[in-house]
Write a protein that binds this ligand. Structure first.
Ligand code: SF4
Length: 413
């Protein structure tokens, strides 16, 4: 049998992680009205009020947070790249005095965004070259990604589409809706449409309904998905009326995006429950981010809390090679350690698939910790979550000779 080398994970630098609220963050709490407690006439539960009162300037952010020099410079420069906007709901999750707060690192610009590494790209997933119609990405054989808007409730500093999202950059998203629908009508191989952007749930109910109805009128489209961070940034948007509208279009799945357990507040949990009660299967996509969720303890609380919200952790993304993102990048070896630390140690449903979106347009590639220690005609030797080795025979006739647990890989295997 060919001897395979064991994968050894080199020691990696562990970023400082300020997570001093472990116990509190295991549970759901409401942070409202927080920084807005002295303001009269609050319409906190109105999603339009939340959008109108987003914090989107240096002055307005400094009214709430004690900013560092790096953040101040980053905010002043963010207007040339990806705008800053933070809903009051989400801003309330940020520590006023802690520059390493994991929520703050996701949405407050820093000067490091102006440092561009050689490996970084404006379009790291190669989407621009895969659009048969502006705004419609057709990379995989049977499914498309329909970029329906360039606006989000808040802007993530590591956004894969920061080149087009928010309207602040040099490139603009000019989705041609009618041409996209015609393309889909004439491409019978497309059975799955993902609505994305930007965030489709920022559209009014009526506009979103028109898009969904048009897609549903195409007989070969079997399945529609929506990718959204609105339930996290703006849970007030998940109204009973929105849920009633969405439930007409089953099978409809929603992928949310959350990275840290503090994001799962009482309001978010209730919003996710409304979607689940409308019969919508929910999955979560996280991005592995330095100083946010690059510790096993944090990720474990996140995935377990997601299950309590009826959301299945779906993907954990290695961050794309976006321009100016190296201060948030985590080594792949750290991601593998986290997955290895979850597998076998918590519910299988809680464990996301760790993926790299292959730079330049190769698509998603799952990456796994090494569990096959040896493989050959005689069978395989696998390593379980405790590090113990087990042998499984190659054919059923060898079952009689099955030896089960091994202390080490035998020399003659
Ligand atoms: S919500 Fe999604 S599309 Fe919008 S900025 Fe964040 S990662 Fe980008």
């Amino acid at each position: 049998m060919v001897k395979l080398a064991m994968v050894v994970h080199p020691d990696t630098e562990v970023s400082p992680m300020h997570f001093d609220r472990d116990a509190a963050e295991r549970d759901f709490s409401s942070h409202a009205p927080g920084y807005w407690k002295d303001q009269s006439g609050l319409k906190w539960d109105c999603w339009q009020w939340q959008l109108q009162n987003r914090v989107n300037s240096l002055d307005s952010l400094e009214r709430h947070l004690r900013l560092t020099r790096e953040e101040r410079s980053g905010i002043l420069l963010s207007g040339n790249k990806l705008a800053m906007a933070i809903t009051p709901h989400f801003l309330n999750l940020i520590d006023r005095d802690d520059p390493d707060c994991p929520i703050r690192r996701q949405v407050v610009p820093r000067i490091e965004e102006t440092v561009e590494a050689e490996c970084e790209m404006a379009d790291p997933c190669g989407e621009d070259g895969e659009m048969p119609v502006p705004g419609l990405v057709h990379r995989y054989p049977d499914r498309v990604n329909f970029l329906v808007t360039d606006r989000c409730a808040s802007y993530c500093r590591y956004c894969t589409r920061s080149r087009v999202v928010s309207g602040a950059g040099h490139q603009h998203l000019e989705t041609e809706f009618e041409a996209a629908f015609r393309y889909l009508e004439t491409h019978g191989e497309v059975r799955d449409v993902l609505l994305s952007g930007g965030d489709p749930l920022l559209f009014s109910d009526a506009k979103l309904e028109r898009i969904l109805r048009r897609l549903r009128s195409i007989p070969h489209i079997e399945f529609v998905r929506i990718g959204t961070r609105v339930p996290i940034f703006l849970p007030q948007r998940i109204t009973p009326e929105l849920c009633a509208m969405l439930r007409q279009f089953h099978p409809l799945f929603i992928s949310i995006h959350t990275n840290h357990p503090r994001e799962l507040t009482t309001e978010v949990k209730q919003a996710l429950e409304r979607l689940a009660d409308a019969g919508i299967p929910l999955g979560n996509q996280s991005v592995l981010l330095r100083g946010v969720n690059d510790r096993l303890e944090v990720m474990k609380v996140l995935v377990q809390k997601l299950l309590r919200c009826r959301v299945r952790p779906y993907y954990l993304y290695q961050m794309d090679l976006i321009l100016g993102s190296s201060h948030l990048r985590v080594p792949v070896s750290r991601g593998l350690e986290i997955i290895e630390g979850l597998r076998g140690h918590t519910t299988g449903y809680a464990i996301p698939t760790y993926v790299i979106d292959a730079p330049g347009g190769g698509g998603k590639v799952p990456i796994h910790p090494e569990t096959i220690v040896q493989r050959g005609d005689e069978g395989i030797i696998v390593r379980n979550y405790e590090g113990k080795l087990f042998e499984y025979p190659g054919t059923s006739t060898e079952l009689a000779a099955f030896t089960g647990v091994r202390d080490a890989v035998p020399a003659d295997f």
